[in-house]
Unconditional design. Structure first.
Lengths: 112, 112
């Protein structure tokens, strides 16, 4: 069953704008990960945030985690056309520390 | 190679036929995972291999699905008597630990 749920399902922005997507989950987690999937390609691991962390940065990516609300957000700043992809959040629960549970993803389209 | 590879990249089969999908993980990665991604949906966990431990098969949807792994190398996912609802992209991932998983490009299976 799917643990994470992304919101919105789809997002269309202009190049240079920021893109924000959210993920909610249901059970206590060990860590939460964000992945990107370009059309027709495999998933790429973007960033991991542990349950005791609140914010993490990697290049133009910023991830926040609120364990009290069981939610996370992914911010992509100064978006580029190459950022067009589907973004998935995935969680590893405390009770099952190897099994990733994925949401349905947010499809981001960056217009030139 | 440097990444996870999967073969074939595309497979079209007739309902009722058996198919075998192959995954070559990254060398040294003891953990190997199979996922299924139906169109427009998140990833579903299928099975997990970790070293010589008994695999976690809890995600396999039916007894038509089985998977094997030779040591810490190649894995094959077999679907017997394929059904149309088996049509999906089957993704393999490997990791050294349960943190970041590296995904292959997937096998797109179409059951006619």
């Amino acid at each position: 069953s799917q643990q994470g749920e992304e919101d919105p399902q789809a997002l269309s922005i202009q190049e240079g704008e920021n893109a924000t997507m959210n993920c909610s989950y249901k059970t206590s987690i060990n860590n939460l990960q964000w992945y990107r999937q370009n059309s027709g390609r495999g998933l790429v691991h973007l960033i991991l945030i542990r349950s005791n962390e609140r914010e993490k940065h990697s290049g133009r990516l910023r991830v926040t985690l609120d364990t009290s609300k069981k939610s996370s957000s992914l911010l992509i700043t100064a978006s580029r056309a190459a950022d067009t992809a589907s973004y998935f959040c995935a969680t590893i629960s405390r009770s099952n520390d190897y099994k990733l549970s994925f949401g349905a993803g947010t499809t981001v389209t960056v217009r030139a | 190679g440097a990444g996870v590879s999967q073969s074939p990249s595309n497979k079209v089969t007739e309902k009722g036929k058996d198919v075998e999908l192959r995954c070559d993980p990254i060398s040294g990665h003891t953990a190997l995972y199979w996922y299924r991604q139906r169109l427009g949906q998140g990833l579903e966990f299928l099975i997990y291999f970790q070293g010589n431990s008994a695999p976690d098969k809890s995600g396999l949807p039916s007894d038509r699905f089985s998977a094997e792994r030779t040591g810490e190398s190649v894995s094959t996912l077999t679907i017997q008597r394929t059904q149309q609802e088996d049509s999906a992209v089957y993704l393999c991932a490997s990791s050294r630990d349960f943190m970041g998983q590296f995904f292959g490009p997937g096998t797109r299976l179409t059951v006619l």
